[in-house]
Design a protein around this ligand. Sequence first.
Ligand code: TXA
Ligand code: MG
Length: 332
Amino acid sequence: MCDSDTAIEKGVITKAAEALRRGDLVAFPTETVYGLGADARNEDAVRRIFQVKGRPSSNPLIVHVASTSEIFRYADLSRSFAPKLLRARLEKLSPLWPGPLSVVLPRGQEIADAVSGGGTTVALRIPNHPLALALLRKFDGPVAAPSANISEYVSPTTAEHVRSGLGSKIACVLDGGPCSVGLESTVLSLIEETPLILRPGAITKDQLQATLETEVLRAPFAATESALKLSPGLLAKHYSPSTPVCFESALTELSPAPKKIGAIIFQPRELAFQATQIRLLSQHGHLEEVAMHLFAALRELDQMALDLIVVDTCEPIGLGEAIMDRLLRATK
Ligand code: TXA
Ligand code: MG
């Protein structure tokens, strides 16, 4: 294991970069969730990511780089519907990097086919985390990394989450403490003329519209065939703990009534039902804190042999859109 709080000083980053160069997998922290990384140019290493996660090979991976110039390098803008417009859009988006935004672009030739899940596009992002950036700079290449969890389980927001799910299968887990954002990045497709949000995240639709100075659409939630073609990650069921999850409004419909209930609440409040475990995500209902602590709370309650997890809701606006997207998937 390469885990250490002082990874940069201890030369652990150097070891992790060497592991990537050998074609091994390295788990590393980002500001959103922990990623399971491999050299995005190495077909075999990328295939191993799919094996270790149990992920369908048709579900494409996000490629992490350290700079905007590498986004231009690993995409092929010449294959776009309008290369000049796309370049201008990427330049407008660049103040949002490093940050929780992935953009889907025509794939450049250096990126392994397996990254794209059978398609011809690639999602790229610059993560905003000192360890991730140190690793990417040391490695000096593109790193394909999905969330470092078993496919369809809740994404990991601590190194311990990664170890509990995948620990025995990967050589190296860099420990950067808990992730500060806590929800996966916004995925924005720039393939068509109208930019399309495939997955909401901490970079919101309003922010993207203001930055791009153009209309941005949101892909439909349900796993319709057309939505799945756009991005297999839009599968309705996703991010689910093993324990059933529901909203309070659905509680009365359940028969027989669940005995052991865990409650996840967004701010201090009275509960209208009996809960054996309560997790409070924010003292003042701040959505940034809710997002940061949500996955850890779901994982923790999932370990407690409960019959049900009941979770609060919020307005699906701004960051609330991403929170509700993940929760709706967890309740499926
Ligand atoms: O915050 C994040 O994005 C984290 C960290 C590690 O960077 N990564 C992450 O990766 O959440 P993953 O694989 O769990 O989710 C990637 C999402 C999936 O929904 C996938 O379908 C979509 O991005 N995606 C990736 N490449 C795509 C492409 N070329 N076209 C359409 N969707 C793509
Ligand atoms: Mg994932």
